[in-house]
Design a protein around this ligand. Structure first.
Ligand SMILES: NC(=O)c1ccc[n+]([C@@H]2O[C@H](COP(=O)([O-])OP(=O)(O)OC[C@H]3O[C@@H](n4cnc5c(N)ncnc54)[C@H](OP(=O)(O)O)[C@@H]3O)[C@@H](O)[C@H]2O)c1
Length: 457
């Protein structure tokens, strides 16, 4: 098997990786995860630097991340997103920046601009659809020109959704076809603090600017839509009892379904996936075989909870954010009192180390479709087959996010020739055909087929 170091970056840089925003709540978990792979013989991570606007906080991050060992002597680089030359200086020193500075709507664009201009590769943990689509609109062509690969949403948002959708879709062996795949995400334990202020602020700003996303989409050419066998699914009930999963569920307006749809649009336009810029024949064959086994389906995400009370809690938080988020004073209140308005889900200090350590998530993918494609018709045909798959892993926001982001970084560093020369893309179309799923499995995130069954009418 190819080692992680097989493909060296064509340019030689001072660092393999720079972690920008390393002093943040998420950034420090990302640093901790990266240290596990630093100078490991089979890892392409031989040199890392941390970057941000406050050197003292960055030094504290290194100390925290290395515990119980002494802090490693990693270079600390000063960079501020309001100072573009400082960002360009980072780009000239590395082949890859991973960006943990958010909300991305406020701070992300100068980082993408610097990478796209200099040919530096870029990954982030953004969960903000408008940011991702705007970066594609503004920087895709430039990134293609310079050879900068820009991939957002490489955290819990939205790689489990992307890989989970693909995993479920590939279980539908011809002549069977899926019609819809619904994801149900639930935290392993209820009623604990789940998120830091950064994620909460990003969500509130997303609601406040929802019209900008629609405006942006109207200004852009329409993307290709896949042909999905059978009728479109109905909206269903607001609160659903999912007996077989032991969950109550409510629709989750997260970035996941938008990101999966963007990957499906790319796949519709490129049925063999996106060619790498210097792929060997066997990789081409593997990529084409992989994508030919992915079948499109409608996709949606629901939040699941073992208790109905848990669902009401999320609905109330959603109502607060929906109503208050659209007016300036309401936003001020939401941001001033996160713990109150999120009913304890988000706080300024974030979940404790203990909560992160003990947390876990389950993401179920319930696929409905047809045992034979010939049974599918756009009119009223009911799916007759169900396939349930599941992804399970440690605490989602910080541990799973860090694991995913670092594995994506390792793939970019070690398999760069197999990925497109440059451009801005959703993560599924970039990492789907790589070994990302196996890597996540080796790092504690499981993918399982739970059941395949006929639906009785
Ligand atoms: N995809 C996912 O599943 C996922 C998971 C977790 C988080 N996130 C996202 O990640 C983002 C960060 O969240 P968080 O909770 O880690 O936030 P946070 O604790 O507030 O961290 C923000 C980081 O950005 C840095 N920063 C802010 N302004 C900057 C500037 N002008 N120049 C350079 N650095 C600057 C901060 O530096 P200082 O330390 O100097 O203040 C800090 O390091 C949010 O958008 C959140 O939604 C996504």
């Amino acid at each position: 098997m190819a080692s992680d170091q097989d493909q060296k970056s064509p340019k030689s840089h001072r660092f393999d990786l720079i972690i920008l925003g390393a002093s943040g709540f998420t950034g420090k978990y990302v640093v901790r995860e990266a240290l596990k792979f630093l100078n490991n013989p089979s890892s392409p991570l031989k040199s890392i630097a941390v970057a941000g606007r406050n050197a003292t906080k960055l030094a504290q991050t290194l100390q925290w991340a290395a515990q119980p060992n002494p802090p490693p002597s990693l270079p600390i680089l000063t960079a501020d997103t309001t100072d573009p030359p400082s960002l360009r200086a980072l780009c000239t020193q590395t082949s890859l920046i991973i960006n943990c500075v958010g909300p991305f709507r406020l701070y992300g664009e100068p980082v993408v601009a610097a990478c796209a201009d200099t040919g530096c590769n870029y990954l982030d943990i953004c969960g903000e659809p408008e940011f991702m689509e705007r970066m594609e609109a503004n920087y895709h062509n430039r990134a293609v020109e310079t050879g900068s690969l820009v991939v957002s949403a490489c955290g819990f948002d939205s790689i489990p959704a992307e890989l989970g959708f693909i995993f479920n879709s590939r279980q539908w062996v011809s002549p069977a076809v899926p019609n819809r795949i619904e994801a149900f995400v639930s935290p392993g334990s209820e009623w604990t603090s789940m998120g830091n202020f950064g994620t909460y602020e990003s969500a509130i700003l997303g609601v406040a600017n929802a019209d900008k996303l629609q405006e942006l989409r109207r200004s852009r050419p329409r993307r290709a839509r896949p042909v999905i066998p059978g009728p479109p699914p109905s909206r269903g009930e607001t609160i659903e009892k999912k007996k077989e999963l032991g969950l109550w569920a409510v629709r989750l307006p997260s970035a996941d379904s938008i990101v999966v749809r963007r990957t499906l649009a790319h796949l519709t336009e490129n049925p063999n996936g996106l060619p790498g810029f210097n792929e060997q024949a066997e990789i081409v064959e593997k990529r084409e075989a992989f994508w030919s086994s992915v079948k499109p389906a409608h996709f949606g995400v629901k939040l699941g909870s073992k208790s109905l009370l848990g669902i009401y809690r999320f609905i109330i938080v959603g109502i607060f954010i929906g109503i208050f988020g659209s007016i300036a004073y309401g936003r001020w209140l939401l941001l001033k009192f996160p713990f109150v308005f999120s009913l304890g889900v988000f706080s300024k200090k974030g979940p404790s180390e203990e909560e992160v350590k003990n947390g876990s998530f389950n993401m179920w993918f319930v696929g409905h479709g047809f045992s034979n494609e010939s049974l599918a018709s756009p009119k009223n045909t009911k799916p007759d087959f169900e396939i349930v798959t599941r992804i399970k892993g440690p605490e989602s926001g910080y541990r799973t996010t860090s694991i995913i982001l670092i594995q994506c970084a390792i793939i970019v560093l070690s398999q760069r020739n197999n990925l497109p020369k440059g451009g801005t893309y959703p993560p599924g179309i970039i990492f789907g055909a790589t070994d990302l799923q196996e890597r996540l499995q080796r790092n504690g995130i499981s993918f399982d087929v739970i059941s395949k069954s006929t639906i009785s009418s």
